[in-house]
Design a protein around this ligand. Structure first.
Ligand SMILES: [Ca+2]
Length: 614
């Protein structure tokens, strides 16, 4: 992160924000499915030569700072000694498009997520945690520890026909962890470039990969539609995985994660990046692919699309339980760090042909409102000094790289210049966060930007001409029939039982207490979206003028305070200009027709490595 003094000294770039809109290509409604027989990709060997990781050194025993209560939660201290401990296994589970209100630990009973809830309550509920509003920028931030404006990944997502990827000049999280002796594996979605093989996961620090390269695919046939193109997108390292046709993606990835853990030499630290495609929508011909029996389990939910979405989340939650159980079976769980995070806010009410919910937060995926960037996330580990609480520490997805590097025994101070902050001590011991501000994004093509500094958040511009700037349900609290929250199913879930066996406490009292603390309260005017700052002259119209919110007291962004606190607004505007002067241009490129899967046996491929033959 840039030093604050430098941030303030940087001169405005003087760039004007363009409010023009750029059309985002959308998939077709129908086309001819791939029908060619499978064929091996005629590429180089599937995996690069990977050096055998050295035996993990014994981490130094740094003196932890004295715990200080900053979160106000009442969990008991269960500090563990860190000396002479083998480097922890790290499992990072990334959900795709999961909304704030789509997990049980935020207060909704609509979609039970007992395994996620068990990890959240017995670990840390990251309640002040931010991601970026869409897929590629968040994945770039996770892998590099840098804001997307510093890698050229700040504008929309990476499309399958673009001849670009996350710049090769960047050193990625798995590469850093390999330097610490880790065996690094990725299962699931990449979405950071594949046009040439050096951009693909097994050339960027991961020893194996099973999953898609692009941003979404059908969960059963594994094809990805990006109009006008359509092709298979499921890879086993560099080889097209036609053999998995018909197998549900979430199940495929879960089984692969179990296989990786089962086959792992536990004396070597493992970094497993499990990037599910769920619950992202599939292709238009089957937007919400789910097992019928899972859909039937959610017939209490009135809306059909929401029922299908719930079924996708249900299978995702089961996956989390199975992965935790796999770690327990291998006796790895007691020395594991598990992260679960969404990659962006949920696409609600039909956005992206999906049915997520960020209630009561404002906005959806692809917007810089809290509903687009405040992420559902948790951190679980027996290595945490004070687990079992709601974390209020301000955190951004860029912080995982230095934080996990630290947990792995590395020295974050030795990392190259990044925007992420090492929060391991702050999270483990419940100390003040070293992070005081979060740049949500600056996209000068769309003309949108948002920045949080302390309690203040500035929002300028709007995506989709402001049409997704409202508040969306469902809340899940006012259905005709509302489920009761089933604490026993949380405690008795695979993750709940495994976490208990690993020494992290999980009791009904703890569950009820933390669940109440984790629920967002919109403030005294809860439910009232008609105050003077909403509908009167002071109403937020971010396409016309920047808006200012106090997100500590108004997390639902209903009261625009720009007129009341003009000095604060000006200060944040200047900070935005300053940080924007450090941005690199967006790396987006026109689509290359050579990428069309019909040229490559109906697969999305590393088209930049080949001469077109048909
Ligand atoms: Ca996403």
């Amino acid at each position: 992160m840039l030093p604050p003094a430098l941030l303030l000294l940087l001169v405005c770039s003087g760039r004007a924000s363009a409010l023009s809109t750029v059309s985002v290509p959308s998939p077709p409604s129908s086309s001819t499915p791939p029908s060619a027989p499978p064929a091996a990709e005629s590429s180089s060997p599937s995996s690069p030569a990977t050096p055998t990781p050295p035996p993990p050194p014994t981490p130094s025993s740094a003196s932890p700072p004295s715990p200080a209560s900053t979160s106000g939660t009442a969990a008991p201290s269960t500090a563990k000694p860190s000396a002479a401990r083998q480097k922890p296994h790290i499992v990072f589970i990334l959900a795709d498009d999961l909304g704030w209100n789509d997990v049980g630990f935020h207060g909704s009973n609509q979609i039970p997520t007992p395994n996620l809830d068990a990890l959240a309550y017995s670990g840390l509920i990251l309640n002040n945690y931010y991601v970026t509003p869409i897929c590629t920028p968040t994945r770039a931030a996770l892998m590099t520890g840098k804001y997307p404006i510093h890698t050229g990944m700040q504008h929309t997502v990476l499309f399958g026909a673009e001849p670009r990827g996350l710049p090769l000049s960047e050193t990625l999280l798995p590469q850093h962890l390999r330097g610490q002796g880790y065996d690094c594996r990725i299962v699931g979605k990449w979405h950071l470039g594949h046009w040439r093989r050096e951009y693909t996961p097994t050339r960027r620090g991961f020893r194996s990969h099973l999953g898609p390269w692009t941003g979404h695919h059908d969960y059963f046939d594994h094809t990805a539609v990006e109009k006008p193109y359509w092709g298979l997108d499921m890879r086993r390292d560099l080889r097209p995985a036609w053999d998995l046709h018909g197998r549900y993606s979430t199940d495929v990835f879960t089984e692969e994660a179990e296989r990786v853990i089962g086959a792992h030499n536990a004396s070597t630290p493992l970094f497993l990046y499990l990037a599910h495609v769920a619950p992202h929508s599939g292709n238009p011909y089957n937007p919400l692919p789910a097992h019928d029996e899972d859909v039937a389990k959610h017939d209490i939910i009135p809306n059909y699309q929401r029922r299908r979405y719930a079924a996708m989340v249900h299978r995702l939650d089961e996956s989390v339980g199975r992965v935790v159980e796999a770690l327990r079976r291998r006796n790895m769980l007691r020395n594991s760090v598990i992260v679960f995070s969404t990659d962006n806010g949920g696409p609600a009410e039909g956005f992206n042909i999906n049915a997520a919910s960020n209630w009561p937060l404002r906005g959806v995926k692809h917007t810089l409102w809290e509903g687009g960037v405040r992420g559902a996330g948790l951190l679980w580990s027996p290595l945490l000094a004070r687990p079992g609480r709601v974390s209020r520490q301000l955190m951004h997805v860029t912080d995982w790289l230095p934080t996990l590097y630290r947990a792995a025994g590395g020295d974050p101070g030795a990392l190259p210049a990044i925007d992420g902050v090492d929060l391991w001590d702050a999270l483990s011991f419940d100390l003040d966060s070293n992070r005081t501000s979060v740049l949500h994004n600056i996209d000068d093509v769309f003309g949108v930007a948002a920045l949080t500094v302390g309690q203040w958040k500035i929002v300028t511009g709007a995506t989709y001409n402001g049409t997704w700037d409202s508040w969306y349900g469902p809340s899940g609290r006012d259905d005709p029939v509302v489920r009761q929250y089933d604490v026993a199913s949380v405690v008795g879930s695979l993750a709940g039982k495994a976490a208990l066996a690993a020494g992290t406490p999980l009791t009904p009292d703890l569950v009820w207490g933390l669940r109440e603390l984790a629920e967002v309260n919109c403030g005294a005017e809860d439910g009232d979206h008609t105050g003077p700052e909403v509908s009167g002259p002071a109403a937020c119209k971010p396409l016309l003028a920047p808006c200012l919110f106090n997100v500590a007291t108004d997390p639902c962004e209903r009261r625009n305070l720009a007129n009341r606190f003009p000095a604060v607004l000006q200060h944040l505007r200047q900070m935005l200009r300053d940080v924007n002067s450090t941005a690199v241009p967006p790396g987006n490129l026109p689509w290359d027709p050579k990428a069309d899967p019909q040229h490559w046996d109906h697969t999305w491929t590393n088209f930049g490595d080949y001469e077109k033959t048909s």
